[in-house]
Design a protein around this ligand. Structure first.
Ligand code: HEC
Length: 438
């Protein structure tokens, strides 16, 4: 009896095992895929965001499963350009090998839905912002700007005045626009202007041909710049850990300078800046410093910064830091001839600190990169920035055909070798503390 029972138990086990095994292994929407998609894709693939279609529901994803398998296997999506083996960042968007395998298996097995219901989106999104809550202050152009479809590249500076009950600690800041595709980049400076009248200057100044008008109109506002930042294609908001940030003055103006790409038909644009405030005070003030083209060391780029037609050329800039600082973010910038970007620092003790490496530069996917911890850069550290450029016909995005001689300047057809560093004055123990962003 016992013997027979044991055998039938084993038989049953044999019968059950393979079934249970397959069941446990089966990759389903509810069991695996939904959370991968919602965490890694939905932030951009949802209504009102940058991507061309939503990836939210089972149907959204299942009908594109093979396409999604391909773009994740090739790592085209989610877009992430820095080499993770050089430096890994806190805002890294990368799938693990395991996640990529799961998506592939799910697509191959006919996209099983699985059991149970899936919460549609893991977090509550707020319409019109990438941040997790609604802005406390929205500064926008009063009326829409008509960008002429005459294929001229334009630089327009908009005046956005503000008056608050009190100065405010800034937790996050975000550029916003209803028509991002026509914008090459945007910069904003926040100026503290306790007194001056905002009514006697124009709402915007066309700064395309010279900087003269801009200075004449707005020069009196620019004596006390509190902060500056910007938006580049692919980037989102900037946010700061507790105690760190900068103070939004009580009264002042945001000078929003928008660099428009040349367009072939008229376009309407309304842009602005979102501010997210925090109650706790800011103890440590962030500084943004530009190195290279348009900033410190521009004249020291080696060799002299120009790229002949049909040439590939590399440049580097080394700058010595005059005080000990803690680095929070780096923001590399080149234009369409850029092929590779790298930055590192060498301390006075000859330690190399890797900052960022982008082996295949892509103008459409630029970002401000967040270090997981503050990076200590002692006084006397030499920061080196390197850029490689391809001004030949082999560069598929070369803006000039045939290729033209190019110098360092702001226009899309010009080139830049720039890195902005967001830093704090160093305090003991900085390099040990993980940075938690809100
Ligand atoms: C940072 C924003 C962002 C994230 C995150 C993101 N995408 Fe995209 N995705 C875009 C944008 C913008 C486009 C359109 C431009 C392009 O194709 O490069 C796009 C295009 C696509 C396309 C079409 C590609 C083509 O060749 O037309 C697919 C498929 C896709 N994404 C899937 C995904 C999947 C799957 C994920 C997550 C694993 C993801 N994306 C994450 C922004 C994003």
């Amino acid at each position: 009896m016992l013997h027979k029972g044991f055998i039938s138990f084993c038989c049953a086990l044999l019968l059950i095992l393979p079934v249970r095994y397959v069941h446990a292994q089966q990759v389903t929407w509810s069991g695996h895929i939904a959370s991968i998609i919602h965490t890694n894709c939905t932030p951009c693939h949802r209504q009102g965001e940058a991507a061309p279609f939503a990836l939210v529901t089972y149907d959204d994803v299942a009908k594109r499963a093979n396409f999604i398998k391909r773009v994740t296997e090739s790592r085209y999506m989610p877009p992430w350009k820095p080499d993770p083996h050089y430096v890994s960042f806190a805002n890294e968007r990368r799938l693990t090998e395991e996640e990529i395998k799961l998506i592939g298996e799910w697509a191959e097995n006919g996209m099983p839905k699985g059991e149970g219901t899936v919460k549609e989106i893991p977090q509550q999104y707020v319409q019109g912002t990438s941040y997790h809550r609604a802005p406390d202050l929205v500064l926008k152009m009063n009326s829409s700007y008509t960008l002429k479809g005459d294929n001229v590249e334009r630089f327009i500076v908009y005046k956005l005045p503000f008056e608050l009950p009190d100065s405010m600690a800034v937790e996050a800041i975000e550029f916003t626009s209803n028509n991002r595709k026509v914008i090459h980049h945007a910069n904003y400076e926040i100026d503290n202007v306790p007194e001056a009248d905002f009514h006697n200057t124009a709402d915007y100044v066309d700064n395309t041909t010279s900087q003269l008008d801009y200075y004449q109109q707005y020069v009196s506002y620019r004596k006390n710049m509190q902060y500056f930042g910007g938006w580049i294609p692919g980037s989102s908001y900037e946010s700061y850990p507790e105690n760190i940030g900068w103070m939004m003055p009580k009264r002042g103006v945001v000078l929003l300078s928008v660099h428009y790409a040349p367009v072939g038909k008229d376009e309407e644009v309304i842009s602005g800046v979102h501010f997210f405030f925090r109650k706790k005070p800011v103890k440590r003030i962030i500084r943004a410093t530009t190195y290279g083209s348009g900033g410190i060391g521009e004249k020291d780029i080696d060799p002299f910064f120009y790229i002949p037609a049909n040439a590939e050329k590399s440049f580097k800039l080394s700058v010595k830091l005059t005080e000990t600082q803690s680095l929070m973010y780096v923001w590399p910038h080149m234009h369409l001839l850029g092929k590779a970007f790298k930055a590192f620092a060498v301390t006075p003790d000859k330690d190399t600190v890797k900052l960022v490496s982008i082996p295949q530069w892509d103008f459409n996917w630029q970002e401000i990169y967040w270090f997981p911890k503050l990076v200590k850069l002692p006084k006397g550290t030499i920061v080196t920035i390197q850029g490689e450029y391809d001004n030949t016909v082999n560069n598929a995005v070369n803006p000039s055909f045939p290729p033209q001689l190019v110098y360092g300047a702001m226009r899309t057809k010009d080139e830049m070798l720039t890195m902005i560093m967001m830093t704090l004055s160093y305090e003991k123990g900085d390099e040990e503390q993980a940075l938690k962003r809100p």
